[in-house]
Write a protein that binds this ligand. Structure first.
Ligand SMILES: N[C@@H](CCC[C@H](N)C(=O)O)C(=O)O
Length: 257
């Protein structure tokens, strides 16, 4: 059977997108997803996303990591999916869709997609790191020599270590540039390597920096290897709400397998 796919990227975090409104994709085929995401034997991507019909909303998002397993929320993937839905003619400039972590609102203007993320009420502050869940779990840690740092080696030690173990966490290394700007490099669970950008990770860093008083701003710029993301939010009695992830999402190419 032939399957049309689209390749999208959001600040270098890249995804294979499939329109699965007709339910033609074999959703339990972990090996197929992993092969499609493989950069040598497949199309190559950090993840694969299915766009599916939803009875009440614009569409539903089903996300798989590059290892072939369905996973928690992908912020950049969600932004790319909004651009894909626009290309398919499902939405115009606004979307409401369901993902694994609940309902998401989004807007699209040219290449720029703004995606509302989940509210966050729990930010764990530890001695040398912060842990929070922005739809996906994130460990956030300062690293001043960020440019020369071995993200894959150091990130994998943390991702598989205590207290994360099997379930794992994504791991973000951060350097403060100014009160409003932070440089971030992320080791992604399920890709098991550094990616050029992680949307839930950028969101986690922005909220973590605010929670530990590294910034008092509520519009933060995150410099990631694949470009720039912005995160805006409100804080109400320790609850981070109205959290938006903002950045470019673009079609790379379309093909058939
Ligand atoms: N790239 C994503 C995060 C995808 C999920 C992550 N790999 C996990 O399994 O937790 C993003 O942009 O948020």
């Amino acid at each position: 059977m032939q399957q049309t796919f689209y390749k999208y990227q959001g600040t270098g975090n890249d995804f294979v997108m499939i329109d699965n409104r007709q339910q033609t994709f074999d959703k339990n085929n972990t090996k197929l997803v992993a092969t499609l995401c493989d950069r040598r034997f497949g199309i190559g991507a950090d993840g694969l996303i299915l766009l599916e019909d939803h009875s009440d909303l614009d569409f539903k998002m089903v996300y798989y990591n590059a290892d072939g397993n369905e996973s928690s929320m992908c912020g950049n993937g969600g932004r790319c999916l909004v651009a894909f839905a626009k290309q398919l003619g499902i939405i115009e400039n606004m979307a409401v869709f369901e993902a694994i972590d609940g309902l998401h609102h989004a807007t699209i203007d040219g290449d720029i997609v703004k995606l509302q993320m989940v509210d966050v009420d729990r930010v764990e502050k530890h001695e040398n790191h912060v842990f929070l869940d922005t739809g996906s779990p994130h460990h956030v840690q300062f690293e001043n020599k960020i440019d020369a740092f071995d993200i894959k080696t150091e990130g994998s030690k943390i991702r598989y270590g205590e207290p994360y173990n099997e379930a794992g966490s994504n791991v973000n290394f951060v350097k403060k540039v100014s009160d409003q700007i932070f440089t971030v490099r992320t080791y992604e669970r399920g890709v098991e390597d550094e990616t050029l950008s992680c949307g839930t990770g950028a969101t986690a860093v922005a909220l973590a920096m605010h929670a530990i008083y590294e910034t008092t701003d509520n519009l933060i710029t995150l410099q990631v290897p694949g470009g720039e993301l912005k995160v805006s939010f409100e804080v109400d009695n320790g609850l981070y709400k109205n959290v938006w992830l903002i950045g470019a999402a673009k079609l790379v190419f379309k093909g058939t397998i």
